[in-house]
Design a binder for this molecule. Sequence first.
Ligand SMILES: Cc1ncc(COP(=O)(O)O)c(C=O)c1O
Length: 478
Amino acid sequence: MARAYNRAIADERPDTAPPELTRPQIERLESIYGNRYLLEPAPDHKLPRMGMSAAEAKGLIEEEIVLDGLPTRNLATFVTTWMEPEADELIRQTLRVNFIDHAEYPQSAEIEQRCIRMIADLFHAPGETTGARTQGSSEAIMLGALSLKWRWRARREAQGKAIDRPNLVFGGDVHVVWEKFCRYFDVEPRIVPLKPDKYTIGPEDVEPHVDENTIGVAAVLGTTFTGHADDIRGINDHLVALKHERGLDVPLHVDAASGGFVWPFLYPDSEWDFRLEQVRSINVSGHKFGLVYPGIGWLVFREKDDLPEDLVFYENYLGKRDATFTLNFSTGSAMVLAQYYNFARLGHAGYRYVMEIMKYNARLLAKEIVACDLELVGSEQDEQLPLVAFKLAGEHPYDEFDIAAQLAAERGWMVPAYTLPPNAEHVKIMRVLVRETLGNTLITKLGRDIAQACATLAKKGGVHPVERKRHVKTNTGF
Ligand SMILES: Cc1ncc(COP(=O)(O)O)c(C=O)c1O
């Protein structure tokens, strides 16, 4: 090594190492030792003229992404951050498979169908049904809501009625994707505002908004904000009554993005799915409590007829006639196979075991939290996602955003703080997702860290706005 070093700078200083090397000297050494990327800004707005070695490209990226948060310390996200090594290996092996190429990869397509059948069965579909694999719940919701619009239009056309003013009814507690759908696909959003002390919706909220132009009502099983469910049974009963009394057949779509893999295992007797007459379609994110990495989601219909034939495209793809019902086309099959891995590996009992652990640990954290002048949003009796949503009790010289900032600064925990949608926008909430990776030891530490952050704030008052801006995650997390 010393010889190489001397050779590289021999022209300038043949015998002794200079106190400081010139840039050309450093560059000559680089040709021996590599890692040129350490000397230059990362490729930014143009393809670099020449590339670099594989090891250097990997190093360049790995070194930069240390600035990203640690997924396992991200307590805001619903999305899976850990899978078993066998699943990781399966995913690695199948990353190169394009799922859409059913002719070439027929078994992956068959496995997708098995997953759809299993999910439909879990959600109590009454008979044979259909569905789709999607990139996540957002794509599933777009497709489900399109189906609502198509079916409404067909009904109206058959009655010779106007089709120019479709509307969709949902609560302010939904994910932004529902408003996105309305804007992208020209549907009037009828958003039921929350109440200052009620953060989900029920039949009495929906009732004034539904009319003959309503393509459907969307209800949430496990809201992003507090993890509670809308009163889906109550909304269903109202829609059933509407059908019998006024002849208005308004379908109900359940956004079970997070709750779809929680309720069947923690609250099996609670009816929110196809056991209810008006529920025609359901979406669920495989990458949330389906326990698969992003991006995998599912859409299932109650019956085959709930998917309008007109939305399905048939094409000849690489020699085979294929039906597609998606917004995307090419995508990997790895996450479909990973979902199937979880179904086969865990079965009903395994999913229940995992969900019970999360719920148990959420209760443990709730106990720690109420001990430090914070109050829970909801009660332990509520049906809820495995999370703890909380806010400050009483008056303090600091608020929830300060606690989030202090906690991030002291211990690196990413706990979001956010305000609720209208008309509950004055309510500030913090929320911890209790995923599989947040076990007993970490829960206890987190509880103590929250108490410590509050104690620090009680002494020093709220944190500086700059610190707040730097540290606090002010959206709900996804
Ligand atoms: C209730 C709800 N619906 C829809 C979505 C969107 O899901 P995805 O991220 O799978 O597209 C989310 C994401 O957090 C959600 O919580």
